[in-house]
Design a protein around this ligand. Structure first.
Ligand SMILES: CNc1nc2cc3c(=O)[nH]c(N)nc3c(CCN)c2[nH]1
Ligand SMILES: [Zn+2]
Length: 373
């Protein structure tokens, strides 16, 4: 059982990399997809079933857990791993992004952010120091710096000022994090879609020094073309011997494009959230199960998929239970989607290791039809 946090690159194919992150709670195969467990649960899934899909690590959220049930209560109960019955690695986001997208009555200053809870209106504050304390109380293995992710569209001046604030907060996050063997602190690159600002941010983060580096400020409405445009240069600005984490991404084709451009880790609510709204992602494209065309279809979502939904249930059944508002609908579609996402990650890791990523990507796109299949 390793006491340290380390990243080993095993193979590359073009800019793409495959490797392993060693942590005291287990290893993370990269490129990795992290299911989102915002309120100490991956919605509609038991933790052992999330593991069964192939996930090595989950994501938790400082913002949600500090409001309910509070980080102090989770600490008193033995920490987030014990609390949610997941004993493998957990990465927690730092709260900055969620405050700006969820909280009410926010007041942003150099110190941090004061806000009212979207749950009960109670008053709270987050700062680099408070975010580090919360993530320590939760016991997360990978801690994210407290940052600010500017909403788009934004002027270059606004993006520059926001990025520079985030870099000052990164310095304070590192100081507050201290020296915690076996735990990692990741910096978050900002700078919008402006190359010079991205470079300034990367240099600032390198000078501070982190165990891993996230590309933040993307997947906020800029669109895939603009996002890939940034990913054509931003990952290369970050230390190549450390994990690179693209935050909040994404659809299957976003993931493939990000891995081709050198990203090692991603997280997204899409597979779980869309599973609850009747949307299944398959290697041949999307199935919107509520569509009447599925009402009499005896076939599974995907004949080649080995998940519980595809092994034992027809599209007709999934259509019925979705229409009837039955809980099993969200359970089965979430399970299928998370299984498909992990199959995609395994396919990418295998292809990179074999130097066959170009073939994998070609086949990935060739199989996908547009629209509902
Ligand atoms: C869905 N799109 C998206 N973009 C993000 C950017 C940041 C970002 O720039 N910073 C932080 N801390 N989190 C982000 C997140 C949350 C990731 N779970 C993002 N999600
Ligand atoms: Zn399936």
């Amino acid at each position: 059982m390793t006491q340290r946090f380390s990243f080993t690159l095993n193979a590359t194919d073009g800019k793409a990399r495959t490797g392993v992150i060693q942590t005291p709670r287990g290893e993370i195969r990269t490129p990795a997809f992290m299911p989102v467990g915002t309120a100490a649960t991956v919605k509609a899934m038991l933790p052992e079933n999330v593991r069964a899909t192939g996930a090595d690590i989950l994501l938790g959220n400082t913002y949600h857990l500090m409001l309910r049930p509070t980080a102090e209560r989770i600490d008193r109960l033995g920490g987030l791993h014990k609390f949610m019955n997941w004993d493998r690695p957990i990465l927690t986001d730092s709260g900055g992004f969620q405050v700006m997208s969820l909280a009410a009555l926010r007041k942003l200053t150099e110190e941090g952010v004061r806000f009212s809870s979207h749950i009960d209106g109670s008053k709270h504050m987050l700062s680099p120091e408070r975010s580090m304390e919360i993530q320590r109380l939760l016991g997360s293995d990978i801690v994210m710096c407290f940052d600010e992710c500017p909403a788009l569209p934004a002027s270059e001046e606004t993006v520059a000022a926001s990025m520079r604030l985030s870099m000052r907060w990164a310095e304070r996050s590192k100081a507050a994090f201290g020296d915690r063997p076996g735990h990692a602190l990741f910096g978050i690159q900002q700078g919008g879609v402006t190359k010079d600002l991205r470079a300034e941010s990367a240099e600032a983060l390198r000078a501070i020094g982190f165990d891993g580096y996230a590309v933040g400020g993307l997947a906020v409405g800029e669109g895939q073309e603009a996002m890939f445009g940034v990913l054509d240069y931003a990952p290369d600005m970050l230390p190549e011997d450390k994990p690179r984490y693209l935050m909040g991404v994404g659809k299957p084709d976003d993931i493939v494009g990000a891995v081709e451009r050198g990203i090692d880790m991603m997280d997204c609510v899409l597979p779980s959230r869309s599973g609850r709204t009747g949307q299944a992602w398959t290697r041949r494209g999307q199935v919107n199960i509520k569509n009447a065309r599925h009402m009499d279809d005896p076939r599974p979502l995907d004949e080649t998929c080995t998940c519980p939904a595809c092994r034992s249930y027809s599209r007709a059944y999934l259509h019925h239970v979705f229409r009837a508002g039955e809980m099993i609908s969200g359970m089965l579609l979430t399970w299928h989607n998370l299984h498909y996402y992990q199959e995609l990650m395994q396919g990418l890791r295998t292809a990179i290791a074999a130097g066959k990523l170009a073939d994998f990507v070609r086949d990935f796109h060739a199989l996908r039809a547009e629209g509902d299949i």
